[in-house]
Design a protein around this ligand. Structure first.
Ligand code: LLP
Length: 431
C-alpha cells in the first residue's frame, strides 16, 4: 500500500489498524482521519536523526502551515518539538495548546505591526525576518517594549528545487527572503547587526516543498554556509544558527519514492560537516522545518459516493460529498493522490473514473483517472490517502460547506480532535 499504516482485511480498507467503513459510519463524511501514532513516529524519527547527526542542540521545527489544530500542538509539546508559525492565528492556536512559545519561530514575508506586537506579547522565541522593512518594524516594537528580540534572516540561496512552481521558494526572484546573489542578503545582515534591540542569531532558507531532488538540500546548505563564512570574514559575525527550512517530499502515489528521514538528514549533515570543515567553521546549531513529511501520511480523507455519471465515449464521474473546499490541492496544483473504494477492496478495479467534488465548479475534482471497481455506486466510501498535510489547513467554506471534523486514531482507539462545523458556525460572524 501507499503507506505502512494502510492495510486491507476482508475487503475493507483499514487505516492505522482501524476499519475505515466503520469510522465513516460512526463520524459521518466527509471526514479527516489523523493517525496520531504516525505523527509521533515521524517526530521521533526527526528528533533522533537530528541528535545523531547534528548533536543535542539541533532541532526539528514542525511547520504549522501543513496542519494546525490544538490537539496537534499538544502532541508537538509532548514530543518536545519546536515549531514554526506564520501568523497570529497560528500563534493563538499554539498558545491554546499550552505550547512553550520560546520554541517557536515566526515566519511570513509580511508581518503586520499587530502580528509583531502579538508575537512579542506571547514570548515568541525567534522572529524570522524576510526583509529590511520587517527588521525595522521588529526593532521598533522591541525598543518600545525594552526587550532584545532574537532573530533569523530569511535568505534566498538561488536554488531551484524542481517542484511545482507555486511551491518553489528558494529562487532569486521569489517573493520570499533576501537574495544572496543580489547582495541584498549582505545588506540586511549589516543592517540587522546595527539594531540595538535585535540579537541576530542566524540565517534561514526554504527552497521549496514536496522536494525529491537528489542534492537540493545539500546544495542549499553549502550556499548558506558559504554566506555564513563570508559574513564572518567581512563583518566579523559568525552566525550560531542555520535553519534549512522544510520540504521533503512524501508518497502520494506508487510512483513517488519513499524518503527515509534518517537517511535524508544524514545526507544533509554530511554536506554541512564537510563544508564547515572546508570553511573552518564550527558546526552551527542546525534547524529544519518539516511540515508535510511529519503529517501527510498520517492523514486520510473519507467521502461517501453520491452519484455515478457515465458519459459514453467520454468519461465517468463518481461524485462524493466532499469537494475542493476540503481538498484544494488538485484544483490548485493538479496534485496526484491514491484513492480507494474502502468497502470494495477485494473487487477488481477495472472502471476508470474522475472523482468529483460537490462544488458548483467544473475544476472541483478530487482526482482524475482513478481505477475503481465497476460496481461503484451510492453509499460506497472513497478513501483519499496522504491528506494529513495542507488539507485541513487550506480548507475553506466555499459554497457554504461546513469543514469536516478531524478524528484522531491512537492505538486502536479514536476520538474527535476538531468537531464538524455546524451551519450555525458558518454564519457566526454574520451580523
Ligand atoms: N518552512 C517554511 C519557511 C516554509 O515556507 C514551508 C512551506 C515549510 C517550512 C514546510 O515545508 P514542507 O516540509 O511542508 O514541505 N500549500 C502547498 C505547500 C506550501 C508550502 C509552503 N511552505 C501544498 O499544498 O503543496
Amino acid at each position: 500500500m501507499i503507506c505502512d499504516n494502510i492495510t486491507v482485511k476482508d475487503g475493507i480498507l483499514y487505516f492505522a489498524g482501524q476499519n475505515t467503513v466503520e469510522l465513516a459510519k460512526k463520524y459521518g463524511t466527509p471526514l479527516y482521519l489523523m493517525d496520531e501514532d504516525k505523527v509521533r513516529e515521524k517526530c521521533r524519527a526527526y528528533k533522533r536523526a537530528f541528535e545523531k547527526h547534528f548533536g543535542p542542540k539541533a532541532q526539528p521545527l514542525f511547520a504549522s502551515k501543513a496542519n494546525c489544530f490544538k490537539r496537534l500542538y499538544e502532541i508537538m509539546t509532548e514530543e518536545n518539538m519546536g515549531i514554526d508559525v506564520v501568523s497570529s492565528g497560528e500563534i493563538y492556536v499554539v498558545k491554546l495548546a499550552g505550547f512553550d512559545l520560546s520554541h517557536a519561530y515566526f515566519h511570513s514575508n509580511n508581518k503586520t505591526d499587530e502580528d509583531i506586537a502579538y508575537g512579542m506579547e506571547n514570548g515568541i522565541g525567534y522572529f524570522v525576518a524576510d526583509n529590511v522593512e520587517e527588521v525595522k518594524a521588529v526593532e521598533a516594537e522591541a525598543a518600545r517594549r525594552g526587550i532584545t528580540q532574537k532573530m533569523l534572516l530569511r535568505l534566498t540561496p538561488g536554488i531551484d528545487p524542481h517542484t511545482y512552481e507555486a511551491i518553489a521558494t528558494g529562487k532569486v526572484d521569489s517573493k520570499f527572503g533576501s537574495a544572496i546573489e543580489t547582495g541584498q542578503a549582505e545588506e540586511i545582515v549589516r543592517y540587522t547587526l546595527q539594531q540595538p534591540h535585535i540579537q541576530l542569531m542566524g540565517y534561514h532558507c526554504h527552497v521549496g516543498s514536496q522536494v525529491f531532488g537528489e542534492d537540493i538540500f545539500e546544495r542549499a546548505a553549502v550556499v548558506m554556509l558559504e554566506f555564513l563564512a563570508d559574513m564572518r570574514d567581512k563583518l566579523g559575525f559568525t552566525a550560531p544558527v542555520l535553519d534549512l527550512g522544510g520540504g521533503y517530499g512524501v508518497r502520494y502515489t506508487e510512483e513517488d519514492p519513499y524518503l527515509d528521514i534518517e537517511t535524508k538528514v544524514g545526507e544533509v549533515a554530511a554536506a554541512v560537516k564537510e563544508t564547515c570543515k572546508r570553511l573552518h567553521l564550527e558546526l552551527p546549531e542546525i534547524h529544519m522545518e518539516p511540515g508535510r513529511s511529519i503529517v501527510a501520511d498520517a492523514g486520510m480523507t473519507l467521502y461517501t459516493v453520491g452519484t455515478v455519471k457515465k458519459i459514453p465515449g467520454y468519461k465517468n464521474y463518481v461524485s462524493v460529498d466532499g469537494s475542493m473546499a476540503d481538498h484544494i490541492r488538485f484544483a490548485l496544483y493538479g496534485s496526484k493522490y491514491t484513492c480507494y473504494v474502502a468497502n470494495k477492496m477485494d473487487e477488481p478495479a477495472g472502471f476508470e473514473a474522475t472523482i468529483a467534488g460537490r462544488c458548483c465548479e467544473s475544476g472541483d475534482l478530487i482526482q482524475t483517472n482513478v481505477m475503481v471497481p465497476a460496481s461503484v455506486g451510492r453509499y460506497d466510501i472513497i478513501a483519499v490517502c496522504t491528506t494529513g498535510a495542507y488539507h485541513y489547513s487550506m480548507a475553506s467554506n466555499y459554497n457554504r460547506l461546513p469543514k469536516p471534523p478531524i478524528v484522531m486514531l491512537r492505538g486502536g482507539e479514536n476520538y474527535v480532535a476538531v468537531k464538524r462545523e455546524s451551519f450555525a458556525d458558518l454564519c457566526r460572524n454574520d451580523v
